[in-house]
Design a protein around this ligand. Structure first.
Ligand code: SF4
Length: 171
């Protein structure tokens, strides 16, 4: 039943302008399987911390702010809580808002894994930023990401085309 899912999160930024296009409700999930040197949120790597919050509570907060352009799921890695994140993302999209998801996994690996929850989260996203943060490829001029290996993927276009379609560097 929608609204009964829970996420374990490390924090929320309720009006972010740096986690995707427009004004976004950014949820930082707790837990990540990658250990990228130079990680922007190392306190979110552990699977033991954070706090539980229902998708319904997050959805209510998003509904209460008419200025928002959408939801950003970051972390940590949202694919470690894919089913809950997908349920939330689907409900946000039903409001007509966009969904952006960050992950340390590669698009190709997510799709080929055969994990239904991963597939569901991909299909609920408009934009996916994939790949680990690589310090040697750090570039502060990149749009919405930290290192040049990370891709800003147009999810609906990529699923339709069967190959990765990138969003432009400029809006
Ligand atoms: S994938 Fe992201 S959250 Fe996870 S360790 Fe790397 S930079 Fe940090």
């Amino acid at each position: 039943m929608p609204g009964t899912e829970y996420l374990t999160i490390g924090g929320i930024e309720s009006e972010s302008i740096v986690d995707g296009p427009g004004f976004r409700y950014a949820v930082f999930v707790q837990g990540c399987n990658f250990r990228c040197p130079g990680c922007h949120n190392p306190q979110l790597q552990s699977f033991t911390g954070g706090r539980r919050i229902s998708a319904a509570e997050i959805l209510a907060a998003i509904k209460a702010n008419p200025l928002l352009s959408g939801l950003t799921l970051s972390g940590g890695d949202p694919f470690t809580q894919a089913a809950s994140c997908a349920a939330l993302a689907e409900q946000v999209r039903a409001l007509g808002l966009s969904v952006m998801v960050y992950t340390g996994y590669l698009w190709e690996d997510l799709l080929s894994a055969g994990n239904p929850a991963w597939r569901r989260l991909i299909e609920a996203a408009d934009i996916l930023v994939d790949g680990p943060f690589i310090q040697a490829q750090k570039n502060i001029d990149l749009r919405f990401r930290g290192s040049a290996n990370q891709r800003l993927i147009d999810v609906p276009q990529s699923l339709a085309a069967g190959r990765v379609i990138l969003l432009p560097e400029e809006p």
